[in-house]
Structures are given as C-alpha cells and as structure tokens.
Design a protein around this ligand. Sequence first.
Ligand code: FES
Ligand code: FES
Length: 141
Amino acid sequence: NPLDQLYRQVIMDHYKNPRNRGVLEGNSVDIDMNNPTCGDRIHLTMKVEDGKIVDVKFEGEGCSISMSSASMMTQAIKGKTVEEALKLANIFSDMMQGKEHDDSVDLGDIVALQGVSKFPARIKCATLAWKAMEKGLHQRH
Ligand code: FES
Ligand code: FES
C-alpha cells in the first residue's frame, strides 16, 4: 500500500535524521524515562518560558519506532504552548488506541505513526517520548 510505504519512509527519516537531538542546558524540564520491557530510554529536556515551549531536545536509545516518535514529538511541540503540547499528547494517545482523533489540529509527520495502533506490542515504543513529555511538563520547575 503506497500510503504505508510513505509512512514507513517518514518514520525511517526521523530515525536516521532525528530532529532536536541533544540536551538543553538551563532547562525547565529534565526527565528520563524508559520502557521497562526492553530497556530503551529517552532523556528529554525542554525550556518553557511564559507557558511556551521555546526549545526541546532529546537523546536516548531505542528502536526505530521509539526514536522516530521522539523526534516527531519534539518537532510537533517546539514553539507550542504547554496546553497545545498536552492536547497533542491526548490526540496521539487516541491515535494509538485506534480511536477517532481530533483532526482540527495539524499533526504533521505524526500521522505516519497511526498504523502502530494495530501492533499492540509496538504502542509502548511509540508512546514513550509522549509520556515523558506529559510527565515532564507536569513536574516542570
Ligand atoms: Fe522493533 Fe521497536 S522498532 S521493537
Ligand atoms: Fe524498546 Fe521499542 S523496542 S521502545
């Protein structure tokens, strides 16, 4: 299916050329999270100013799905408000459960991951970075 093919290319592009890779100094969010079933991990840092995510970076090790999802997540939330980022996390969660999701928001590359909902074992891979983002924003300093 040509769409699956396209989505696979988008996923591999984010895996091979991750966006926003690194660690931010002077951050307001600094969180580590791992997927206990495989040990893959993400270290996410964000700079939040006046309720806006002005910068975000991640590093970590993991499978192609977890790392490309992290890259897409950072791309999607950079420059957004905290509220918008948390809303995106909810939309992504609905998408992973195969539910109808809010399509009033431009999801950009994230749509490439929608097929993951059909592979329960992979959902945890795709959601790792998003869980880190949500938890990190709730405990920011
Ligand atoms: Fe193979 Fe995550 S890509 S388990
Ligand atoms: Fe570990 Fe995908 S196999 S996060």
